[in-house]
Design a protein around this ligand. Structure first.
Ligand code: SF4
Length: 215
């Protein structure tokens, strides 16, 4: 619901006093079919408020609405020339901002606390979003992608650093998607190496790499 609020919200509310902002967010929540008393709704309102309180949101508030794009669905073909079979991924960009400096910044909203690895923990997803954004903007426009952890006191977006850029990240991504699609067709998931899973602090580690039974 926090993501939905932020997708609907006019960012100019970031520069409005907090009580009025809360009243507007509450009205928006009701337009979306929920009451603030419902379970989880206060948390969603607070997440949206915290995002609006960031310096980043205040910059967005000063941007023309034509430079802000929200909830952009995409389908991204990943197949490289000569590859056997086509692979593609679908998704949605929470926010794409065309900056006054001529760049395009994509931000994904995450409702929880910051992952210990920050945006690196979402690297595949962000690369997908970055490649999708590249196809939406004019050729040559630099694209950055990052995450806003809405559970943090100040969910300022953190951006992914890719030494080789998005284009270089496309091939390993295609291979990973192919492996995933293949395992889905064979109804098995061999899982990633345990060290990678640990480094990602993945919550499914015990499922994919169960500890040896005591007896
Ligand atoms: S623990 Fe399982 S779900 Fe998590 S990263 Fe590893 S293989 Fe993927």
């Amino acid at each position: 619901m926090a993501r939905l609020l932020l997708r609907e919200l006019d960012f100019r509310w970031a520069s409005v006093p907090v009580p009025e902002r809360r009243a507007h967010l509450t009205a928006l929540l009701q337009d979306l079919g929920h009451l603030p008393e419902e379970e989880g709704m206060e948390a969603a309102l607070k997440m949206a408020e915290r995002f609006l309180g960031t310096p980043f949101a205040r910059i967005l508030a000063a941007s023309p609405s034509s430079a802000l794009h929200r909830a952009l669905p995409f389908g991204l073909e990943l197949s490289s020339p000569g590859a056997r079979g086509r692979v593609a991924v679908e998704g949605e960009l929470d926010l794409l901002w065309e900056t006054p400096e001529g760049e395009a910044w994509g931000v994904a909203y995450r409702p929880g606390k910051r992952h210990p690895l920050g945006p690196v923990a979402f690297a595949h997803e962000l690369v997908v979003q970055g490649l999708a954004a590249k196809r939406l903007v004019k050729e040559g426009v630099p694209v950055r992608v990052g995450v806003a952890f809405l559970g943090e006191p100040s969910p300022e977006p953190e951006f992914l650093t890719l030494p080789g850029g998005l284009t270089e990240a496309a091939e390993p991504l295609e291979q990973a998607v192919r492996a995933l699609a293949q395992s889905g067709m064979q109804d098995e998931w061999p899982s990633r190496e345990a060290a990678t899973c640990q480094a990602l602090h993945c919550g499914f580690a015990e499922h994919c790499h169960p500890s040896p039974r005591a007896c």
